[in-house]
Design a protein around this ligand. Sequence first.
Ligand code: GN1
Ligand code: MG
Length: 362
Amino acid sequence: MATIDTASILAQFEISGNVGEVKPLGNGLINDTYHVITDGENDYVLQRINNAIFQDVDLLQHNIEVVTAHIRRKLEACGTDDIDRKVLQFVRARDSKTYYRDEADRYWRVMVYIPDTVTHEAVTPEHARDCGRAFGNFEKMLVDVPEQLGETIPDFHNMELRMRQLREAVANNAAGRLDEVRDIVDELERDADEMCQAERLYREDRLPKRICHCDTKVNNMLFDKQGQVLCVIDLDTVMPSFIFSDYGDFLRTGANFTAEDDPDLSRVGFNEEIFKAFTTGYLESARDFLTPIEIELLPYAAALFPFMQCVRFLADYINGDTYYKIKYPTHNLDRTRNQLALYRDVRRHDQMMSAFIHSLLN
Ligand code: GN1
Ligand code: MG
């Protein structure tokens, strides 16, 4: 990364205290993040927003402002203690926006740093229940957001669009890789209609969109030192979506026995224990606002996300690796096969999932 004059960027924001060291923070793949140490009351987090992926930064920051203000009001209303550790707080720039665009067309924002927190990269059953409760609660607090929010990546989790993109990739066969993956394309096509049911139900007015997080990985939560979830972070993809996004994408990563790019398919599989713990927590906080059809389709959501991710990885492989970063030439193919194996295994658990969900409701 080119050296960046963080001092002059920070000077654009209303921060208190004198800035000391500025050091890289976390391991995000999309934005660049720094911990800003000061001699004042708070440290800060400085972040460069990747505006190649998030092309409407104004809309994105507006969503985040609305959502964090709403959550703050909710926490205040129920007398929660320690609120500054439970919702992100953005610092305004001198022009009163919550972001600053520099001369090189880079976009920056600053948040108050929350000290004494822990993050996790993998889920245990014990954490999974808390995570489910926390993401369910996040959605619950946002059911009555007072205005319409925009999509920070349009049609991000729209399965019909993802199938169209795959079909386009197949028609162009840009990297000449189609022969090698024909059987996978055929298998995905067989289930495509079923996997697109959410969009159809939405058009029929039978399924709502709600404000969702849309990147529900365990590393997007801060825990306190005692192991309790404090705060949901990484709010760039907060947008209207089906609740399946949050429920299904968490299980896709959290309930796979191995990483999404493990080439050893014998290690891929759906972890029933994590599924049960996460679902228990999720329904504890979400069941009173979810509609019967949303609850009925949770097993579909668990299958949808490995399926959608498989379609996205495969389309990218056929296109010649233009979207996801790869470490070796068949990386996207390994990811595709991994997610397909997970999808198949989730489908083998259809009955179990429905029965478990019903048992929780009774
Ligand atoms: C991307 O880079 P990361 O892990 O935050 C992608 C997700 C995919 C994920 C698959 C903006 O997220 O939708 O599920 O890769 N994010 C975007 O690893 O496309
Ligand atoms: Mg993240």
